[in-house]
Design a protein around this ligand. Structure first.
Ligand SMILES: *[C@@H]1O[C@H](CO)[C@@H](O)[C@H](O)[C@H]1NC(C)=O
Ligand SMILES: *[C@@H]1O[C@H](CO)[C@@H](O)[C@H](O)[C@H]1NC(C)=O
Length: 299
């Protein structure tokens, strides 16, 4: 959909827009830490040089912290895929159409998964560590619907209100909704993130996600990274039509989203955080198993 000039004129594009906000990424990391196999935990604790239970959570926002540095600038496009679909009429992600030459979140997951496995053994331990930090961040990113949407730079150019304050829509989906769900987040989001993660883990094990979560790893294939990531990105992007822009992008401009919009969006954020963490655990398990098989084959 082409936005009218008046909408574009009223748009603010903030620099420093970050993915999911720290709180979402840290929550996803804690959920994943609860589901990984013991061998996987040991492998990544060693690689990331942290034996604490925070070994994933501590590095969950690293990829955001380097993307605006001179060195990390090339990684900017890796945080999203700009689906050129037409919400709310039709939503879809198409690799050929939407993944730019400089890369996207799907090609980045493929690249860093392969660098982490490093089948040829050509990379350094630092390369592996970096790849691990990218993999865990990008699986989180692709579960945020506006990281799989082109309209107004994933909503960055759409000004809205949330509980009386002005934000861009991307920020609302990255941060405001998740933080409101837990009654606000302080400067150190680790405690609140751990609490929300514990709740999601229990929802997955025995609660409201117990049934549906059995299908969350359907189609997951370490040898087909793009196909796997497309399943996740399409599912995420589908919410752009149903929950992000149910009335289209123009209708949301300037609206207050802290009320009934929030009530419908919060369950989406909740299930997406749960899925991202659960799938991240499965992905790290597959990677750790592959690396250990490769090592045995070398002996
Ligand atoms: C490991 O995690 C703990 C707990 O979060 C943190 O205090 C410590 O700084 C981390 N160590 C390293 C080497 O990152
Ligand atoms: C893969 O990652 C390396 C290391 O960050 C980077 O130099 C390269 O451009 C990436 N390739 C793709 C296709 O994303």
């Amino acid at each position: 959909m082409k936005l009218s000039t008046s909408i574009i004129a009223g748009a603010v594009v903030l620099p420093g827009v970050s993915a999911w906000g720290g709180f979402g990424h840290i929550t996803v990391a804690y959920v994943a830490s609860s589901f990984v196999k013991d061998n996987t935990a040991t492998y990544f604790q060693t690689l990331l040089r942290n034996q604490s239970t925070n070994y994933l959570a501590n590095v969950a926002t690293w990829a955001d912290s380097i993307r605006y540095t001179k060195w990390g600038h090339f990684t900017g496009p890796f945080h999203f895929i700009d689906a050129k679909d037409n919400p709310p009429t039709s939503c879809d992600v198409d690799m050929e159409r939407d993944c730019k030459a400089e890369g996207c979140v799907i090609s980045a997951l493929q690249n860093y998964t392969s660098r982490l496995i490093d089948a040829d053994g050509k990379l350094t331990p630092e390369d592996h560590e970096q790849a691990a930090k990218f993999v865990l961040h990008f699986i989180g990113d692709m579960h945020q619907p506006l990281h799989a949407e082109d309209v107004q730079k994933g909503g960055n150019g759409i000004r809205v209100k949330f509980d009386g304050r002005f934000f861009n829509l991307h920020h609302v989906w990255d941060t405001s909704i998740a933080e409101k769900m837990v009654g606000g987040v302080h400067r150190q989001p680790f405690d609140e993130a751990q609490k929300l993660a514990d709740q999601l883990v229990s929802d997955i094990r025995t609660g409201k996600f117990a049934d549906e979560s059995k299908a969350w790893t359907d189609g997951v294939d370490l040898d087909k990274v793009v196909d796997t990531a497309l399943i996740w990105a399409r599912e995420s992007n589908a919410y752009v039509c149903t929950h992000v822009f149910p009335e289209g992008p123009a209708a949301i401009v300037g609206q207050e989203l802290g009320g009934s919009y929030y009530e419908k969006a919060a369950p989406v954020i909740e299930v997406q955080l749960a899925r991202a963490g659960y799938r991240l655990a499965a992905w790290l398990d597959l990677i750790a198993a592959k690396i250990s098989t490769n090592k045995i084959a070398e002996l």
